[in-house]
Design a protein. Sequence first.
Length: 74
Amino acid sequence: MEPDARWKLKLHGVEKAIHLPVGVSIAGNELIAQGELFLLQIDYGITPAKVAGGTVKVKGRLRIRFEMHALVKN
């Protein structure tokens, strides 16, 4: 099952609506939700870090992956 989730994400004082596809599965008495999201730091007012005095630049794209488990209690 892949529900389509819409969320508001607030980072660094900036709030934006995001689309987050979530995969949901059931294993025994456990519900598992997984997803992945890509964000640009500049969209949230974050300046990408620079290393070695600016000679090495860090990409401004963030990849966020998550997995949540919920157990059913009897």
